[in-house]
Ligand binder design. Structure first.
Ligand code: S3P
Length: 448
């Protein structure tokens, strides 16, 4: 998906209650990692439930360009084969990651750590996002930036070192992408690579590295969690199951809470504690969400979520919770708009460097639909009044989550809500519109 695709406005309006049982697509974070590590590991990895969104497909192409065998067998069912740590090939062309921040940042670590020289690029949104946070630790590991757009942005060419220098790196921002890039860069390193995270971020890279046979230790210390990877592991192909993405489940979940009379079951949603901040927050707001069939699948905790509509009340969301729900703030702001009272969301600086400046995009979308709110530094306060006027058009700035969040708003607002472009939804949740319509939602997309 790129800015070159012509925009398709979409509109959501209030209609009947949402009812049914659905399974949202596989987790995006895990899907990227499955292709990266499966394409590196010796032998075959069979992946079930892979997210076939545009972002993940870019990672599949990049792994192919570096010599991995990546094959789609049927929907969500993929076979991947690699040649072991140290055996990636130099890609011949620029690796274009489209809209995918996770794909490009993790791949920078993997490629640089394998001594490759690679040019990375992306769409207009990705070209605006900061890459210095990845380049800084990679340079400490011996990588060189040969060419780079102003402000350490894409397009850029990165040359990995012959011998990777083992480092102990303290994350200056709570970012799983930075942590993962450093760990992946440490794979073909003779020594040990450590990352210290003062605040816990999603731990899928650590879990999956272990699943493929690497030694990754995580210890709690005074300075934070210290994660250490022993270099040059023998990664061996494994079967993998990708559970449903909690960041995608968030959209039908909030929709079911705010559309009166709704009752929706979301099947097999991953509830890893490093991703569960939205569930905790919504429950504090009074949401009726019941966990059923709790189990562990492929090393990740999973359950069905049964959601019933009801009244929500405003709460305060502490800054420390942000990493565990960083992608969910746009849709939380929508839930907060329908709640009674103020919802105070603290410490949102990272929202400014996502697929769009999400703090500004959310604020503009709320304003366009008559929702009172305040931005105070990095805090967002939504003054909920129990209902939303709607009737506005929201600019999505090439951001899939802004598009989905405001379509959810339109399902319960007094007037319909329009988003200027729904095409980017395909980056993470291609079946969003059809899945929501299957539950009873009234969403129209121009040209479909
Ligand atoms: C992701 C980490 C998060 C998140 C992104 C996916 C990952 O970014 O926003 O959608 O898969 O590691 P940061 O780690 O930069 O906060």
């Amino acid at each position: 998906m790129s800015a070159a695709n012509s925009p398709r406005p979409a509109q959501a309006r209030a209609g009947s209650a949402l009812v049914g049982s659905v399974r949202v697509p596989g987790d995006k974070s895990i899907s990227h990692r499955a292709l990266l590590l499966g394409g590196l590991a010796r032998g075959e990895t069979r992946v079930e439930g892979l997210l076939e969104g545009e972002d993940v497909l870019r990672t599949a192409d990049a792994m192919r360009a570096m010599g991995a065998h990546v094959e789609r067998i049927s929907s969500g069912d993929w076979h991947v084969r690699g040649n072991g740590v140290g055996a990636l090939l130099q890609p011949r062309e620029t690796l274009d990651f489209g809209n995918a921040g996770t794909g490009v940042r993790l791949m920078m670590g993997l490629a640089a750590g394998h001594g490759l020289t690679v040019t990375f690029d992306g769409d207009a949104s990705l070209r605006k996002r900061p890459m210095g946070r990845i380049l800084t630790p990679l340079k400490l590991m011996g990588a060189r930036v040969l060419d780079c757009a102003e402000g350490e942005r894409l397009p850029l060419t990165l040359a990995g070192p012959q011998d990777v220098i083992p480092i102990r790196y303290r994350l200056p921002v709570a970012s799983a992408q930075v942590k993962s890039a450093v760990l992946l860069a440490g794979l073909d390193c003779a020594g040990e690579t450590s990352v210290i995270e003062p605040e816990a971020t999603r731990d899928h890279t650590e879990r999956m590295l272990r699943h493929f046979g690497a030694r990754v230790d995580a210890v709690e210390a005074e300075e934070g969690r210290v994660i250490t990877l022993k270099g040059r592991p023998d990664l061996v192909g494994r079967d993998l199951f990708v559970p449903a993405d909690p960041s995608s489940a968030a959209f039908p979940l909030v929709a079911a809470l705010i559309v009166p009379g709704s009752r929706v079951r979301l099947e097999a949603v991953m509830v890893n504690p490093t991703r569960a901040g939205l569930l905790a927050t919504l429950q504090e707001m009074g949401a009726a969400i019941v966990r059923e069939n709790e189990r562990e699948v492929g090393g990740e905790p999973v359950c069905d979520l049964v959601v019933t509509s009801g009244t929500l009340k405003g709460v305060e969301v502490p800054a420390e919770r942000a990493p565990s729900m960083i992608d969910e703030y746009p849709v939380l702001a929508v839930a907060a708009a329908f709640a009674e009272g103020d919802t105070v969301m603290r410490g949102l600086s990272e929202l400014r460097v996502k697929e769009s400046d999400r703090l500004a995009a959310v604020a503009a979308g709320l304003a366009a639909n008559g929702v009172r709110h305040t931005i105070d530094g990095d805090d967002l306060i939504v003054h909920g009044g129990g209902h939303v006027a709607g009737g506005g058009t929201v600019e999505t700035h090439l951001d899939h989550r802004i598009a989905m969040a405001f379509l959810v708003m339109g399902l319960a607002s007094r007037q319909p809500v329009t988003v200027d472009d729904a095409t980017m939804i395909a980056t993470s949740f291609p079946a969003f519109t059809s899945l929501m319509r299957g539950l009873g939602a009234e969403i129209g997309v121009s040209g479909t």
